[in-house]
Design a protein around this ligand. Structure first.
Ligand code: XBP
Ligand code: MG
Length: 261
């Protein structure tokens, strides 16, 4: 059996409940463009099956507003989608920079524990690197068990993968940069698409569900919990062996990692 050497974290929905900030940024962008489009919680939950904000806008147009392509042509529509996504990214970045998008319960604790035990840490996400860096800088200070932003040795983001999740590309790129085999790692994800990406790269995976993904299919995950949790804010275990624990700590992660998939 290979020892656990690295934890690979997804970002949106896993490190933080970012999706409402993404959703608000999409809606504010649409409004600023004079579009009467509004993505409510339920519609956004369905749209999240398309990974990547740019791809999500394009999918929405193709399915709900197909005339736009007829009027604008492929090139015009592509430019329009790029402009919308650029504006959305700026708005989302401003929200994150305001410090209102916090790490989920248990994330800082687990990162601190992993670091003090010599585990390596990496990110595997479909969002852009700048979004990740802002989120990290807003969530690392003297109140966390670490105060530098270089917590993650490798950041695999949209720039590092030709194909977004559920394709395994971003995870394969992270493994290559860490120079580790998949069985020496564990991934923490929140969605079906993220799970497929990590499993596709051969990485054992644990799920922390989020409000947008709690009904997803998580077959193949080593364990499913509603949050990493804290001793005063315990997790609810939906699948897997809790080992009498009330939150996900390194011992529990190592236990899940050592089990057969
Ligand atoms: C989830 C996503 C992202 C965000 C939006 O990523 O699909 O596309 O919803 O971000 P993760 P962008 O892999 O971190 O769960 O608009 O920057 O694509
Ligand atoms: Mg996610």
């Amino acid at each position: 059996m290979t020892n656990l050497k690295a934890i690979l974290f997804d970002v949106d929905g896993t490190l933080s409940h970012t999706e409402d900030a993404h959703r608000a940024a999409f809606n504010d962008t649409f409004q600023a463009e004079g579009l009467d489009w509004h993505w409510d919680h339920d519609l956004y939950r369905r749209l999240l099956s398309v990974t990547g904000g740019r791809e999500r806008i394009r999918f929405f147009i193709d399915t709900k507003h197909p005339n736009l392509k007829k009027n604008e042509g492929e090139q015009g529509l592509g430019d329009f989608v790029s402009r919308l996504h650029r504006d959305k990214t700026r708005r989302y970045g401003d929200t994150v920079a305001s410090g209102r998008v916090r790490f989920r319960s248990g994330v800082a604790r687990l990162i601190g524990e992993a670091r003090s035990n010599g585990l390596r840490l990496a990110i595997a996400t479909t969002t852009g690197r700048a979004n990740v860096e802002k989120l990290l800088s807003e969530n690392t200070d003297t109140r966390t068990p670490f105060d530098d932003q270089n917590i993650f040795e490798v950041i695999g983001a949209s720039e590092s993968a030709a194909k977004k999740k559920p394709a395994p590309d971003v995870y394969l790129s992270v493994l290559q940069q860490l120079m580790l085999p998949p069985e020496a790692c564990i991934a923490i994800e929140d969605s079906h698409n993220g799970l497929r990406a990590a499993l596709g790269a051969g990485i054992p995976t644990v799920i922390t569900t989020s409000p947008y993904t709690e009904d997803d299919d998580f077959s193949g995950a080593r364990a499913v919990v509603n949050r990493l949790g804290e001793s005063n804010r315990p997790f609810r275990i939906l699948h897997g062996d809790p080992l009498n624990k009330t939150c996900v700590d390194l011992e529990l992660l190592r236990h899940w990692h050592s089990q057969n998939g």
